[in-house]
Design a protein around this ligand. Structure first.
Ligand code: AMP
Length: 230
């Protein structure tokens, strides 16, 4: 399965991508994670993008496109991938279309996770992750049973918060989404690839809707009416 998950920051793309990749044995490619890994490892790319991530604006297209193209060439992508956070503007969507064609790879679907803007700031500012296994938590919606340790892997003291998950940067990231990323919805709609699910539903229900629109689940079907873009 080769899909793109689209949606604003806080829509739950990372969570759903992890569920889908565990289920199908595909690879989760998150542009933001790749940048953060480079920053953590002090690579030249990491040094180049650190201040951009801190500000919540977009890394230049040529840098991002090269990074994703190289990642897609890794052998673990052969069984499929879930792209999360890429493409983020029309130029990146066009570049992705071109590079997949050159690599002889066909995209199955583009899934938009539609969410209500007002809730996003609360969702994003309360989230934290276990740096041991990547499990995501939230101060209000998904607390770990023991505040000190991860429910999934049991590691203690491994919870981390992203430095760009603060109210001011979140607003910049949301604006960037509306101005730059949303125009790629009609790009994929015109190619008949865009599917929409209700990202405000429960985590399990969102997964079920994604599987339904991908034709992997005989359950609920796509009964979520997408909003008009713009
Ligand atoms: P994310 O983890 O997807 O929220 O991304 C975190 C940050 O990484 C963004 O605010 C951008 O600064 C940068 N970033 C992630 N994906 C892209 C992309 N496709 N193009 C440009 N910058 C990106």
């Amino acid at each position: 399965m080769r899909i793109i998950l689209l949606g604003p920051p806080g829509a739950g793309k990372g969570t759903q991508a992890r569920i889908l990749t565990e289920k199908y044995g595909t690879v989760h490619i998150a542009a933001g994670d790749l940048f953060r890994d480079n920053i953590k490892n002090g690579t030249p790319l990491g040094k180049q993008v650190e201040s951009i991530l801190k500000a919540g604006t977009l890394v230049p297209d040529d840098v991002t496109i090269k990074m994703i193209s190289e990642r897609l060439d890794q052998p673990d992508c052969k069984n499929g991938f879930v792209l999360d956070g890429f493409p983020r503007n029309v130029a990146q969507a066009e570049a992705l279309e071109k590079m997949l064609k050159e690599k002889g790879v066909k995209l199955d679907a583009v899934v938009q996770m539609a969410v209500n803007d007002d809730e996003l700031v609360e969702r994003i500012s309360g989230r934290f992750t276990c740096s041991g296994c990547g499990e995501g938590y939230h101060d209000k919606f998904k607390k770990p049973h023991n505040p000190e340790s991860c429910d999934k892997c049991g590691a203690k003291g491994t919870f981390t918060r992203r430095p760009d998950d603060n109210a001011a940067t979140v607003r910049t990231r949301l604006e960037t989404y509306h101005h730059q990323t949303k125009p790629i919805l009609p790009f994929y709609e015109s190619r008949g690839m865009l599917k929409t699910v209700n990202g405000m539903a429960s985590m399990a229900e969102v997964t079920s809707q994604i599987l339904a629109v991908l034709g992997q689940n005989k359950g609920s079907g796509n009964n979520f009416a997408p909003k008009k873009h713009g």
